[in-house]
Design a protein around this ligand. Structure first.
Ligand code: TXA
Ligand code: MG
Length: 309
């Protein structure tokens, strides 16, 4: 059910979660100040309670009020450069100011300022919002209002902000010792971060709970089984690129052009969801693309989607 920004603010203030658009994916929002609404979000998503949420703020000054000094000097340089935008910073916080449920019991919390004007308007009116991606836990994230309705029902309230521009989630970083590391690959790649820092932050693949709690949970998976090691047989269903040729009779679910990672990322979750809508049981994924920049994020999402089923 599509609702206005005013209706969204009204519901949120009463503690009722709503779905909101961001430039990355749709989020399922609850006010940081409303613990009941936050608990409802975990229940709606069937999300494990040890997987913490991102606090969406209207700027760096807003985030700092929850944090514990001293903060790394480079934190504000990163937010100056990339906020509003798809970068999430994990920062040490004053534990009394952030409910334990939001931070999975950790002494840190994740912060991001999204850039979608409708959602910024809601944050300005309601205050900071916690917002996990608006999908059932384990499913591909939602990049359109229809995806939200697929997972939560046609009567679930969603502010229609169009199709998400980036289509994959924000990049999550944390400062470990003196250096920033990537906890979750996302829409902002390491090379862009290196223009502000004097090094390219690395993705710490082996990081597990409690530092990167979301990592061990099921993610991004359609119901269809995804195969990536073998070539597709004639007549098979392929998740691939429109500028490539596949065996005779293959049905192509096109992620877009193999030279355009931005467009591929934007379509990724729609294509995974489209497999389910079409009742596909098995699909072959064309993983023949570079492993750098945004392609790394695309590869990681596809590999995790395939590993789960
Ligand atoms: O683009 C996005 O980030 C979207 C939109 C709606 O803003 N949100 C999103 O939220 O993807 P969610 O809940 O699906 O993912 C949050 C990620 C998880 O991987 C979680 O483990 C990590 O952030 N995270 C949150 N708090 C953390 C913390 N204190 N330490 C380490 N990782 C944390
Ligand atoms: Mg998610």
């Amino acid at each position: 059910m599509r609702i206005t920004v005013e209706e969204a603010c009204y519901r949120l203030k009463r503690g009722e979660p709503v779905a909101l658009p961001t430039e990355t994916v749709y989020g399922l929002a609850a006010p940081l100040s409303h613990e009941g609404a936050i608990a409802t979000i975990f229940a709606l998503k069937k999300r494990p309670s040890d997987n913490p949420l991102i606090i969406h703020v209207e700027g760096w000054d807003d985030a700092v009020t929850y944090c514990k000094a001293p903060l790394s000097e480079s934190a504000s340089r990163l937010t100056d450069a990339f906020w509003p935008g798809p970068l999430t910073l994990v920062l040490p916080i004053q534990e009394s100011l952030v409910p334990a449920l939001v931070r999975g019991g950790l002494a840190t919390a994740a912060f991001r300022m999204p850039s979608h004007p409708l959602t910024l308007a809601v944050i300005r009116e309601v205050g900071p919002l916690v917002m996990p991606s608006a999908n059932l836990s384990g499913r591909p994230s939602s990049t359109t209002p229809s995806h939200v309705e697929e997972d939560f029902g046609a009567s679930f309230p969603v502010v229609d902000g169009g199709e998400c521009l980036a289509g994959v989630e924000s990049t999550v970083v944390a400062c470990q010792g003196a250096r920033w590391e990537i906890l979750r690959l996302g829409a902002l790649d390491s090379a862009k971060l290196s223009t502000i820092l004097d090094y390219a932050p690395v993705y710490c693949e082996v990081m597990t709970a409690p530092i990167c709690p979301g990592r061990h949970h099921r993610h991004y998976a359609p119901r269809a089984r995804l195969l990536m090691e073998v070539p597709p047989p004639p007549g098979g269903t392929v998740v691939g690129f429109r500028d490539r040729r596949y065996p005779e009779g293959c049905k192509l679910f096109s992620m877009g052009d193999s030279g355009d990672p931005d467009a591929v990322a934007a379509r990724l979750y729609s294509i995974l969801r489209a497999l389910d809508t079409a009742g596909v049981e098995t699909a072959w994924v064309d993983m023949n693309f570079p492993r750098r920049g945004l392609w790394l994020t695309i590869a990681e999402r596809l590999e995790r989607a395939a590993a789960q089923n």
